[in-house]
Design a protein around this ligand. Sequence first.
Ligand SMILES: Cc1ncc(COP(=O)(O)O)c(C=O)c1O
Length: 398
Amino acid sequence: MKLQAADLAVLGGTPEFAEPLFVGRPNVGDTARLFARLQGVLDRNWLTNGGPLVREFERRVAERAGVRYCVATCNGTAALQLLARATGMRGDVVVPALTFVATPHALQWLGLRPVFCDVDPRTGNADAATVAAAITPRTTAILAVHLWGRPCAAEELEALADRHGLTLVFDAAQAFGASYRGRPVGGFGAAEVFSFHATKVVNAFEGGCVVTDDADLAERLRAMCNFGMNGSRDVLGPGTNAKMSEAAAAMGLTSLEAYDASAAHNLANHRRYARELAGVDGVRLLRFDERQRNNYHYEVVAVDPGAGLGRDTLAEVLTAENVIVQKYFSPGCHRLPPYRDRAAVSLPHADALAARVLALPTGPSVSLEDVRRICDLIRFAVAHAPTLANRAEAYLAG
Ligand SMILES: Cc1ncc(COP(=O)(O)O)c(C=O)c1O
């Protein structure tokens, strides 16, 4: 327990946690089940190319997402790129500025032009108003994002896209298991993309997918991720290799079986964070609408001026205590190469949030007691903000 500022690890004290706590520790599930599945893959000697585990994984993901089709891929970025091509995107595509850089990069890599829009300062998500402000006659599509697993205003965006005759797809990389107004994420727009990267709530080591209700789109995607070939190995058009392997699906299925327990654990942690941080000046937990389903995999706070210490100082304090926080996502993508060289765009809410947000550890490897101790550290840091701010200034002055 810290009694005075000098007890903080950043000022020379002993770290609060002997072992580091992380954001996005892999949710593996039952390792015996995983090994049994992998043994089956080896026994069948069927390692990739649409094997039984990939097909089962696709069925289970489609079921969860409430859609008819799921096309599994080697990662989420490839899924975004396949979807951009399969939906015929050209020219300018509106994208929120606050997201992981993979979202705009997926488009830029294909020669499309991401055009960044601002976000709602309360949720971090783009909405119909901020997307509408970025639409021009050159816009052909909208790639919306459910940031931190919180569904964006998907129905309002559907109406906006319809009014403008634009393609609408969603980067749902972080939002597996979530719902918006009672509808599962997965069924909005023309299609949605999940990531099953190791750090996601369900992981397949590396993996991703496109989910959709559009049979024709699904069929084209399935061919595109297999060199443009259909099930009879006829080449239908250009394609690439973006298939999911059987080993990845073995992990995906095992991790998926653990999803309900992982999400329930995360929800309990979220409630504890909310309770513990309620009285801490300037540290604002971004709340979920608990009437909706969510994976609660991202526990995000905004460090406002009232805290008396900046987000970066708090991050430094917590990291020294072995609480490995992440500045997800800072800076906004419009400030990153190659996008920052474009004519200056003013996206005040994205900039303000990007400067303040901090993702805190959660997941099954983080207990309620860990959460309490993390919050004690945050409270302690805020109470000693002047000392820490002086230290940061002294450090910056060299
Ligand atoms: C919002 C977002 N989009 C896209 C991706 C890319 O997914 P992947 O890492 O599976 O390629 C990620 C995660 O990495 C993400 O968080």
